[in-house]
Each structure stands twice: as structure tokens, then as C-alpha cells.
Design a protein around this ligand. Structure first.
Ligand code: HAM
Length: 417
């Protein structure tokens, strides 16, 4: 990632940090790799991620380790290991970093990609679902993706009371339609029947559109929970679309699942973020029953969506002030003055290549400097430097000894914090 892209990355992270902090989320960093078991147990053996896409190696100690394909499993593992949710405590955590999946690369899908995500642990109430979904939606809005370009899909996956029966129903449905469905979907009848809703094959899609919907078979608690999530979203004016075929690619979900998709700029990899509730995940790791939910969004896809919407990433000037020298007689003064400015909190740049004054002005322009200080034999003979305003072209002389304070005034900055 070269500076142009890395700057955009930092902007995405800055906006996330500011927004997530308003909702009480704290940063967490988990390792890039974990014992393979953390992911197989958490994400599920039958998922594409675990069965096909993990970078799994044996280390020198003969342990099976895996580069993290996502963040949720690690965050829940860490919360359990460090008792963050002991005695009913709630933990609100966010993370950002690279994830690894051995998928077929295409636009918006790479083998190392960046995610930023939040996890809200210990919160069973539907207000938490509505809050997490709102954070995701607001994040994309804050970045500048127009709401009209996005689609928020919402579904409930049920829980251990109602989903097993529904899984069986779908497995039978697949067997009843075996001839019309692809080989993979047929295999899914035994391993992960609900994933058949995600098949991209047009023939399979047509058949699966006729399959019974979980929405109609939710148990009473799940139906209540789902209805309340929708009410809270309605109250906030978050525009969701119910999609009973949204099943997502990870096995840990219970109840609420959601995804934000865009049409412009992404082709088939159109999900820029998604998540859901996983009330049984901590138990998978041997911990106490602890509800949780969260989302993750993809940086690369978000940038593509921003590009397609014509949103510019705000540029940060690389130098506010350029300290130029007419010739080598001013080098020591220019070097010292630049440092005084930097110590005072000003982004100041100087030439390290003994370039001509003209080239130094060009460089100042390229860096976006508002002011240029020029030091040469003339100026220094009277203990001064010249200050030039790059937009008005006005020039004035400043005393060398107090030039840093004058420049700070000219920049309209106050303190030196
Ligand atoms: P996920 O849907 O697998 O969910 O990934 C979240 C986002 O990561 C996707 O919407 C997409 O933007 C991005 N993404 C996924 N795979 C790739 C790839 N190969 N290349 C580029 N971008 C990609 C999760 O990972 C869950 N951990 C989300 C979650 C958090 N659920 C609850 N808490």
C-alpha cells in the first residue's frame, strides 16, 4: 500500500475511531494467527472459510496455526481468556487489521484484505442489535457513500430452538429438488443446507426462491426479538430491507444477521460490510452462555464504493511551511528553524538535496505548503528571513529569532500543543 492508498486507509480508520468511540467501543488488537481450533470451532467446519479458505500451517513446534480469516472468533476467544464478560459485564470492542482468506482473487476480493469491526459482548437486548446496525450504516454515511447507493439487508437466523428443524426442512427441500440443483448444493443438504440460499448458480437460485422461509418458522422468542430489532431501526429511520434468504457465510450466527451491499463499483463482491448476533459462540469455546453481536466491513470494498460514488478522500497537506535556503550559507539556520517549527507542532519541510531556490519553491507547492520561509546571505546579514504567503504571494521580513512564533501566528495556530 503506497502513500496514496495508505492515506485513504488512515482516513477510514480515523472516521471509524471517532464514530465508534461515541458508542463506547474500545480498541483491541488480536494476533494475526491463532491455534487453528479457534477458527474451526468458532466459524464452523462446514463453512467455505474453514473448509477451503484458511491459511493453515504447522509451526516448528508441530502446532497447527492459522492466519486469521476474520476477527470475531479471536475477539471472543480473548474476551473469555481475559474474563472481560465475567459476572455479566458488557464489553464493547473494535479492531482493524489484515485478514487472510484463500479465495479466488477478483475485484473487491483478495487473499489479504483489511477489515474494521466491532463486537458488543454481553448484550442480549434487541436495542444492541439496532445500535450495532446503526453504527455500520452511519459509518458508511459519514464517509460519504450516499444512502441511495446502499442497501441494508436484514434477516433472523433463529436459534437452537427453531433453527435445527428449519435446517432439516431445507435439507429435505434440497433432496426433493436434487435434479435441478448443482452438485455443491446437493452436497450442502448434508453439511450446511442453509448455504444453498447463497449459491450464485441461476438455476439453483430459481429453485431456492421457492424454498420455505425461516421467517415463517421462527420460535416465539426469536420472532419477538426480530420484531423489536425492526421497531428500533424504524424509530431511528434506518432503511433496512428484509431478506429471508440472507444466511451469511459463518456458522456462529443466531437471530439477527445483516449486510450492507452496494451496486456501483463492485461487481459480484458487493457486500461492503456485514455481521450479526452470535449468542452461542462463547459456549463453543467452553465459556459461559454470553450473548454477543458485531459487524466487520472491508476496507478495499469500501474504498471502491467511495470511488464509485465520486467521494474524494480529504487530503492532509504534507507540509504547512517550507523552509528554503538561497544557498549553503543558510543551511544551519534553515535546519534549526525547521526543527523549532516542528517542535512547536507545525508540519515543516526543508530541502536535503541542495536544490535551487526555484526547485525548492516547486517542492513547497507540491507538498501543499501555505507558507515558505526563505533564508539567504542577504536576509541573514540582518538577522532576518523572508516569509512568503503562497496564495497571496505577499512577502515580508521576519526576525530569525522569533520567526517560528510569527509563522505560528500567520498559520492562525494558537498554542504549541
Ligand atoms: P464477512 O461477511 O465474512 O464477516 O466479512 C465482512 C466484510 O469483509 C465483507 O462484507 C467484505 O466487505 C470484507 N471481505 C470479506 N472477505 C473479503 C475478501 N476476500 N476480500 C476483500 N474483502 C473481504 C465477518 O468477517 C464477520 N467476522 C463479521 C462479524 C463481526 N460478525 C459478527 N461480528
Amino acid at each position: 500500500m503506497l502513500p496514496d492508498v495508505a492515506r485513504a486507509w488512515e482516513h477510514l480508520q480515523r472516521v471509524a475511531q471517532e464514530l465508534f468511540a461515541r458508542y463506547g467501543y474500545e480498541p483491541v488488537y488480536t494476533p494475526l494467527f491463532e491455534h487453528t481450533d479457534v477458527f474451526t470451532r468458532g466459524i464452523g467446519e462446514a463453512t467455505d472459510i474453514v473448509s477451503k479458505e484458511m491459511y493453515t500451517f504447522e509451526d516448528k513446534g508441530g502446532r497447527s496455526i492459522t492466519l486469521r480469516p476474520e476477527g470475531t472468533a479471536s475477539v471472543v476467544r480473548a474476551a473469555l481468556e481475559h474474563n472481560l464478560t465475567a459476572n455479566g459485564a458488557q464489553a464493547k470492542l473494535y479492531y482493524a487489521g489484515p485478514m487472510f482468506r484463500y479465495e479466488r482473487p477478483q475485484k473487491g476480493r483478495m487473499r489479504q484484505f483489511w477489515q474494521i469491526g466491532i463486537e458488543c459482548l454481553g448484550a442480549p437486548e434487541p436495542t444492541a442489535d439496532a445500535e450495532v446496525i446503526t453504527v455500520l450504516w452511519r459509518y458508511f454515511e459519514t464517509l460519504g457513500i450516499p444512502a441511495a447507493n446502499m442497501r441494508l439487508l436484514l434477516n433472523s437466523m433463529g436459534d437452537e430452538a427453531c433453527r435445527p428443524a428449519y435446517r432439516d426442512t431445507i435439507a429435505s427441500f434440497i433432496r426433493d429438488h436434487a435434479d435441478g440443483l448443482c452438485e455443491e448444493c446437493n452436497r450442502r443438504a448434508d453439511t450446511n443446507p442453509l448455504r444453498a440460499f447463497d449459491c450464485k448458480n441461476p438455476g439453483c437460485r430459481e429453485i431456492m426462491a421457492e424454498a420455505p422461509l425461516l421467517r415463517d418458522e421462527l420460535c416465539e422468542e426469536c420472532a419477538h426479538h426480530y420484531a423489536a430489532v425492526k421497531e428500533y431501526l424504524d424509530a431511528l429511520g434506518i432503511p433496512y430491507i428484509e431478506d429471508s434468504t440472507l444466511v451469511r457465510g459463518l456458522d456462529y450466527y443466531t437471530r439477527t444477521v445483516f449486510e450492507v451491499q452496494v451496486d456501483a463499483g463492485l461487481g459480484s463482491q458487493n457486500a461492503i460490510g456485514g455481521g450479526g448476533r452470535y449468542d452461542r459462540l462463547m459456549q463453543e469455546y467452553g465459556g459461559p452462555a454470553t450473548p454477543g453481536l458485531g459487524f466487520a466491513l472491508g476496507f478495499e470494498r469500501t474504498l471502491l464504493a467511495l470511488e464509485a460514488a465520486g467521494v474524494d478522500i480529504p487530503a492532509v497537506p504534507r507540509a504547512e511551511v517550507f523552509v528554503a535556503r538561497v544557498d549553503d550559507s543558510a543551511t544551519a539556520e534553515v535546519f534549526a528553524l525547521s526543527q523549532r517549527l516542528r517542535d512547536a507542532g507545525v508540519a515543516a519541510e526543508l530541502d536535503h538535496q541542495a536544490r535551487s531556490l526555484k526547485s525548492q519553491f516547486k517542492q513547497a507547492d507540491r507538498l501543499g505548503a501555505r507558507l515558505v520561509i526563505v533564508a539567504g546571505p542577504d536576509e541573514l546579514a540582518s538577522g532576518e528571513v523572508t516569509l512568503r504567503d503562497m496564495s497571496t504571494k505577499e512577502e515580508k521580513r521576519l526576525a530569525l529569532g522569533s520567526a517560528d512564533a510569527d509563522v505560528i501566528d500567520a498559520l492562525g495556530q494558537e498554542g504549541t500543543d
